[in-house]
Ligand binder design. Structure first.
Ligand code: ASP
Ligand code: MG
Length: 404
């Protein structure tokens, strides 16, 4: 078998932990498998590196941010390779560029466009464990790029797809994917399996176990994912196309994303082209918009609200203030004290009782809903951030997610 294993930052957070990972990798190798390992930077290294950049400048050049952030993974691949050598297990570390991960040129959030994996194949055939730096690649001009926060997951899945691996194991500090964040809901239950679509919606809605691009990739190339802990040998959660449907109710999990902000354009003239203008302006700056709602016009004007990532708020406000003058709007407000709670499950929107239960549960807890959006497998509500944990606990209970 060819196995791709990805170890996240918490799994390689110290030298002892790196040695632990080396033992696990060696064990897999000794079971007779070919092994490609992808690692993240140690612990909070990426945060610390970026913090240094923002201490020197409020708007560091994105090329240099990638140059800087990519060093974190370079440290962990080399250390893991050294630890494996020390255990007598032949290994070689490769940067993203050396591994042949070619991306576009969108620094800090690049997308993989091509994989030239001949070098990986060559090293595997020499019997070596190949260790690849997560989160990074190289554009066609040879510049180092990074794949967005949490991008090591995407590196692992892309390698698994390109190399036709039998499984892609995602190692983390929890036992798998849970019905809710166990730190918020102690009764949360580990899911044995989940579909790509559900996992994708959970990732988009704030579940932090997997980067959503990694799930997209896994779905597109049918890569079976196994999310599990690097601290024990328990079976984790399988993410795949089909799962046994009779095993549970229509709701699979509750997620929360506190790192969002709500922006409102006030008193916008009710004429064609306005939504296009502001979405285009934000898109040009690489700002993703999530939920959008527009009120019924009153006297020729309406309000438009939407959500963005908290980190984009400053940039968005600057763009929108200018635009609001230009289009003759009353003004624009930004609010970071909001959170998005979502319920996810294959049957969420085909079952009319589900939204009623969700909104009813929030009402019972005196929680006001500010924005709502739905997809085929998700319903999300924006509420006050201070009420987010209460909402998650109440919804988890209302949908009886603690029961198998
Ligand atoms: N080290 C990067 C980050 O912290 C990539 C990753 O861990 O997946 O976002
Ligand atoms: Mg991660």
């Amino acid at each position: 078998m060819l196995v791709v294993q990805k170890y996240g930052g918490t799994s390689v957070g110290s030298l002892d932990l790196i040695r632990n990972v080396a033992h696990r990798v060696k064990k897999t190798k000794e079971e007779g498998h070919d092994v490609i390992v992808v690692v993240s930077a140690m612990g909070r290294t990426t945060d610390e590196l970026l913090k240094m950049a923002y201490t020197l400048s409020s708007s560091p050049p994105e090329r240099e941010l990638d140059m800087l952030a990519s060093t974190g993974e370079q440290v962990s691949i080399a250390l893991l390779s050294i630890a494996l050598h020390d255990l007598g297990c032949p290994a070689i570390s490769l940067t993203g560029a050396q591994a042949g991960i070619i991306t576009d040129s969108l620094f800090t959030r690049a997308r993989i466009v091509r994989m030239d994996t001949w070098k990986i194949g060559e090293e595997l055939s020499k019997g070596k464990v190949v260790i690849v730096a997560g989160f990074q690649g190289m554009n066609e001009k040879g510049e180092i790029t990074t794949l967005g926060r949490g991008g090591s997951d995407t590196t692992a899945v892309a390698l698994a797809a390109a190399m036709k691996a039998d499984v892609c194991e995602i190692y983390t500090d929890v036992d798998g994917v849970f019905t809710a964040d166990p730190r918020i809901v102690p009764e949360a239950r580990k899911l044995r399996e989940i579909t790509y679509d559900e996992m994708l919606e959970m990732a988009i809605a704030g579940a932090k176990v997997l980067q959503h691009r990694a799930v997209e990739f896994a779905k597109r190339f049918s890569v079976p994912l196994h999310v599990r802990s690097s601290f024990n040998y328990n079976e984790g959660t399988w993410v795949k196309e089909e799962i046994s449907m009779e095993r549970r109710g229509v709701v699979t999990g509750v997620t929360v994303d506190k790192k969002i902000a709500k922006v409102t354009l006030l008193g916008v003239p009710d004429i064609p082209g306005i939504a296009h203008k502001f979405t285009k302006a934000l898109a040009e700056s690489g700002i993703n918009i999530d939920m959008i709602i527009q009120s019924e016009p009153r006297g020729g004007y309406n309000d438009i609200s939407f959500t963005i990532g908290e980190g984009d708020l400053e940039k968005a406000m600057k763009i929108l203030k200018e635009l609001s003058d230009e289009i003759g709007a009353e003004g624009v407000t930004g609010d970071k004290e909001v959170a998005k709670v979502s319920i996810v499950g294959a049957g969420v929107c085909s079952n009319p009782e589900i939204p009623a239960i969700m909104f009813g549960t929030l009402a019972e807890n005196n929680i006001n809903i500010e924005l709502i959006s739905t997809s085929e497998v998700r319903i999300s509500c924006v509420i006050r951030e201070a009420k987010a944990d209460t909402a998650v606990r109440a919804l988890h209970k209302a949908f009886k997610l603690e029961e198998e």
